[in-house]
Design a protein around this ligand. Structure first.
Ligand code: NDP
Length: 430
């Protein structure tokens, strides 16, 4: 695919730069406006006053590292992806994968649909058949009640569009499907569902147990795909082909064994959650929906599929999952860091953001699986683990790099005791 923004980007040495230099690079590459450059430079964060209004019983704000994974090419457009995570290696792995996949043509995505589902559970129904036909006969009237409860979403071109009914055991479940436009839609749907609760009780002569949005957002599926040029997997073609075959096997393994599938998907969410958090979205909703979707074939499976095509030497990756992400609502407009993340991404709409996040999930999975079938996961982790321990031991500035270098060179165990010994050595030679 031809790239949309033809500007030549320069990310050379990004990972080795200082924080302010990285912000400068983002700006130079056209991913940051003046306003948000200042916000990032000052590390401006969620004001206490706002935080106190957002959640109950507040005693402060809670900070996490805010990072960038550069080199993403998604649907022909370049992106630098903001990620918020405390876990070492996640951003490094994601950036590595983005670079290789970017060189292979990048990610292509497809929004399979973008609607939200909510449900009213009814019980004490005497005649299920009659109740179902009464609901379907009154479908338009029920949809009108739902839409009248939230007229502003209708004015924005969205609103409740369909009703489905299902009898499961002693329950009659009414599913309401709505177009929530740029929102995630939990409040929109919950308002609508609560409005149709009593009318549904009246129509069915039953009782309502609850009315709530479903996080199993099967009407908001997004697909991300990529084709990795196998020769980029290592310097030797033989090793590259072997690695591609192993990645295909690892994908198969993740569909067969729940112990592996859970960890495989955790790796996908390492990337997804980091962007969902950076963009102020509800990561619990995305995790819950994604993990439920992993059981769509009757058992819990790895969400990605990797296949190696020997005729073209391409390793094809695919990730499909529910991605009911928002560009408005929730806490999105309240947090300056979230607004900066949107600025870095070029203020995407909800569909574009869903495509970006799903691509990040696929990238993260590629990085993790490739590491697992080649060097093993600890290889990459060790350096970062040593850094974390050095920080924990109280090392500052250059001391951290010296500790990491000496510890890795020594071949000794990466633990706090050894880190402290090196720190003492450094201090005693001053
Ligand atoms: P909000 O109610 O915060 O925001 C949605 C509102 O944004 C809309 O009602 C609309 O109000 C306004 N809006 C402005 N521009 C647009 C646009 N272009 N498209 C759509 N709406 C627009 O959020 P949601 O209803 O999306 O609910 C999400 C929140 O609910 C999250 O904080 C989530 O954590 C929480 N939540 C989640 C639950 C779950 O996942 N199970 C359950 C309950 C809550 P107007 O038209 O009036 O301007």
């Amino acid at each position: 695919m031809k790239k949309e923004n033809q500007k030549k980007l320069n990310w050379l040495g990004f990972q080795k730069k200082e924080r302010l230099e990285r912000i400068q690079m983002l700006k130079a590459n056209g991913f940051l406006t003046d306003e948000f450059e200042q916000i990032l430079k000052k590390n401006e964060n969620l004001p206490l006053e706002t935080a106190n209004q957002m959640a109950e019983n507040g005693i402060g704000t809670f900070a996490l590292p805010f990072s960038i994974a550069p080199n993403f090419v998604i649907d022909g457009k370049d992106y630098a992806v903001p990620m918020v995570t405390e876990e070492p290696s996640v951003v490094a792995g994601c950036s590595y994968a983005a670079k290789i996949i970017g060189k292979s043509g990048g990610f292509t995505t497809e929004i399979l649909d973008r609607k939200m589902i909510g449900q009213v559970a009814l019980y004490d129904i005497l005649d299920f058949e009659n109740a179902i036909s009464m609901i379907l006969e009154n479908k338009n009237e029920i949809l009108k009640i739902a839409n009248d409860a939230h007229p502003s979403i209708v004015a924005r071109g969205g609103g409740a569009i369909n009703i489905e009914v299902k009898n499961i055991d002693e329950f009659l479940i009414v599913y309401l499907i709505a177009d929530v436009k740029e929102a995630m839609g939990a409040n929109i749907l919950n308002t609508m569902l609560e409005a149709i609760k009593i009318p549904l009780e009246n129509i069915t002569n039953g009782k309502s147990l609850m009315a709530i949005l479903s996080n199993y957002a099967t009407e908001s599926l997004v697909k991300a795909e990529c084709e990795v040029n196998v020769k980029l997997l290592s310097s030797s073609m033989e090793t590259s082909i072997e690695t591609a075959k192993k990645i295909e096997l690892a994908s198969k393994f993740s569909k067969l064994d729940i112990y592996r599938a859970t960890t495989h998907n955790k790796g996908i969410f390492n990337g997804i959650d980091a962007v969902v958090i950076a963009t102020g979205n509800d990561w619990r909703a995305i995790e819950a929906g994604g993990n439920a979707f992993a059981v769509k074939n009757g058992k819990y499976e790895g969400l990605t599929t990797w296949t190696f095509d020997e005729s073209t030497n391409k390793l094809k990756g695919e990730l499909i999952l529910p991605m009911p992400i928002a560009s408005v609502g929730g806490s999105i407009g309240l947090n300056p860091s979230v607004k900066a993340a949107f600025n870095i991404l070029g203020n995407p709409d909800a569909r574009t953001l869903a495509s970006i996040i799903t691509s990040v999930g696929l990238a993260q999975n590629f990085a993790a699986v490739k590491a697992l079938v080649t060097t093993g996961i600890q290889h990459g982790h060790m350096k970062l683990q040593a850094r974390s321990l050095a920080l924990f031991a109280g090392a500052k500035g250059k001391e951290i790099d010296i500790i990491v270098e000496r510890l890795l060179e020594s071949g000794k165990s990466i633990n706090l005791e050894n880190v402290k010994k090196i720190l003492e050595e450094i201090k005693s030679t001053r």
